[in-house]
Design a protein around this ligand. Structure first.
Ligand SMILES: Nc1ncnc2c1ncn2[C@@H]1O[C@H](COP(=O)(O)OP(=O)(O)OP(=O)(O)O)[C@@H](O)[C@H]1O
Ligand SMILES: [Mg+2]
Length: 305
């Protein structure tokens, strides 16, 4: 098992809690989806270089407002990504995922931005800036993507690992001239959702780690760091889902509130959170922690002293 045991346990528990909340409250689900889609769009596009902020992305997606000083393409990337998420969700209950589904997804990502290439495999060689990796030549793409379609439809393995490997396979083939990262992240989410899990958000602030892990997979054939990276993102998503959908464990409080319940200062709790020593989650810019996690941590520390 490539996934860290403690992390895997935590994910399994959270998945069970989330499942116990089904059927979800439709209103809460609707609100969650709205804010989650904005966060997903903001981060995926920011990784690619789009300069819209989180709140600007929200204005574009939710209110259809244009933002002064931002290019038309940056606006289109936001609305296109919003449409692409909806499309991916429409594929969750579908039978087989086909090549046409993936081409349609790509067509949505580059819609009105690059009509010549939207929905078509690349006809030229590409380089990935900042890396030495050279993706395969265009004539080999139709053959290479076959494995990808098989992976997208494969069932029975460990879904987090499988989803991460779909992402890796996709970026390695780099079938399109542009938009490969955004497609890869959405297809990874499609697989997670088809496996009964929730989508992950690779955050812009983790961009370096994300790319370093991809390169480690490529150069050393060591997929473990990337798979664990995806697992940590899933852990965070599960917490957000549980919190938004009203689970028992969803009793999340800010670190300022938490410091009132224990002898640790907000600053110290924040340090523990950043170092991953306590299972805190970042909601926007604010770290939060569940009361239960806080109580367990305090008890564990008291036991030591
Ligand atoms: N060394 C590498 N080998 C393979 N893929 C890589 C490597 N480095 C980065 N990548 C992937 O390629 C993506 C960039 O490809 P591309 O520009 O086609 O996609 P994008 O969607 O336009 O941009 P981005 O992925 O940055 O959002 C990165 O996000 C990452 O997923
Ligand atoms: Mg690009």
């Amino acid at each position: 098992m490539p996934i860290d045991e403690r992390l895997f346990d935590r994910i399994s528990k959270k998945r069970d809690i989330l499942n116990s909340l089904r059927p979800f409250d439709m209103g809460a689900m609707h609100r969650l989806k709205a804010s989650f889609d904005v966060e997903l769009t903001y981060n995926s596009n920011a990784i690619e270089g789009n300069t819209l902020s989180l709140s600007e992305t929200r204005m574009v997606l939710e209110d259809g407002i244009t933002v002064g000083g931002k290019t038309l393409n940056e606006h289109l990337e936001a609305t296109n990504h919003g449409n692409a998420i909806d499309f991916v969700e429409s594929l969750v209950g579908k039978g087989e995922i086909t090549e046409m589904d993936v081409l349609n997804l790509h067509a949505l990502i580059l819609d009105r931005i690059d009509p010549h290439n939207a929905g078509f495999y690349r006809r030229h060689r590409v380089r990935i800036s900042g890396t030495n990796y050279i993706p395969p030549k265009p004539s080999s793409i139709p053959d290479k993507v076959k494995k990808l379609y098989e992976m997208l439809n494969m069932a029975g393995g460990e879904p987090i690992q499988q989803a991460a490997m779909i992402h890796m396979e996709f970026v390695n083939v780099h079938p399109f001239i542009d938009g490969n990262g955004r497609c890869a992240r959405l297809l990874m989410n499609l697989y997670l959702m088809r496996s009964g899990l929730v989508p992950v958000i690779i955050q812009k602030r983790d961009r370096k780690r994300y790319i370093d892990n991809i390169i480690a997979s490529q150069t050393r054939g060591d997929h473990v760091p990337f798979i664990n990276f995806v697992a940590r993102c899933l852990d965070r998503s599960l917490t957000i889902y549980i919190d938004s959908l009203g689970g028992e464990d969803g009793n999340y409080i800010t670190l300022a509130e938490a410091s009132k319940y224990c002898r640790y200062s907000q600053e110290y709790l924040s340090l523990l959170a950043r170092k991953g020593r306590i299972d805190a989650v970042k909601f926007g810019r604010i770290w939060k922690i569940s009361r239960k996690v806080l109580e367990d941590y305090v008890r564990e520390q008291n036991g030591r002293n």
